[in-house]
Design a protein around this ligand. Sequence first.
Ligand SMILES: [Zn+2]
Length: 367
Amino acid sequence: MAETDEDGGSTDHRTRPLPFRYGGEVRPGEKRHLRYEVGETYLGDPVEVPVTIVNGDRPGPRVFVAAAVHGDELNGVKVAQEVARRYEPADLAGTLVVVHVANVPAFQAQQRYIPIYDQDLNRAFPGRSGSNTAGRMANELWEAFLSKCDYGLDLHTSTRNRTTMFHVRAETSNPAVERLARAFGANLVLAGAGEEGSLRRAATAAGIPTLTVEMGKAHRFQPVLVEKATRGVEGVLTECELLPGEAPETKWLRVVPGDAGDKAWIRADTGGLVDMHWGPYPLVREGETICTVSDHFGREERVVKAPFTGLLVGVLENPVALPGHPLCHLVRVDEETSEEIEREISTGEFDGYRANGTVWRTGEEQE
Ligand SMILES: [Zn+2]
């Protein structure tokens, strides 16, 4: 929050051109790619986060786009690259702050958490200077960049061995957050404040309305999703008036409250081999078979059916299960929404959810 930052206080940057200060400064009309030190390796070498700052010709709000808070979640890294490439100071009334890889140690190890002690950077925000490794890294990013913004986007994917439908998580009870969620243009919004220490929760609580974007799977670039999210960023920049025009309308929107019985993790009760039967699209009807879990001899088979009509927001991809292992995350949709979804399916709205990210798995067509 920019209430009393060194720019001369309050939200002055919204009304007159001011430099963005992070230790160095990026003047109005300037675009800079930089590396910012957030820690040190065992060798004592700097750990540096790549950041792009585009300070617009004209004043306006500051928006951050953060990627790879979880180090193996790469779709967002590609979105960050695209967003940083796409906008010049002449395009913007305001400042765009792109944190390309928030969690550099985890990114280098291509894993979710900060290596060795497996600390979750997304439970460490806003961090503290005297804290553990994650807390210090979070604090460095928070103090230098994130806290100086007015709005934020944090880009994620599913964790490894799973995939997730393109959706947004947002504290929609906050009208400014809800506005961003609509402008981003995902059809599905899971409502709620988010976990303690997550960037989204910490930023929103600090007066910086922030969305988490979830899309696809870890360890991949999925072009369809990257393109959708890049458009989503543009929608948010438009809504925040960094860009001219109006954010596009979403054709259908399902906001799922955090606490109601509108979503369920469906878990395996037996260990074994998982065959997914749903599809080719993620809309399942009540009673429809989602998957089976079978023993290795093919004699025992547990059929897992949809307890209600809904969207499969997250699904297992690594096809083995233990008792208690999540097989899928199902979100309830009503009849009207399911009809909207069926219409949208035909226009490619759900492309990129499975398979290689560009096509659906349709049985025989899949190698
Ligand atoms: Zn994540």
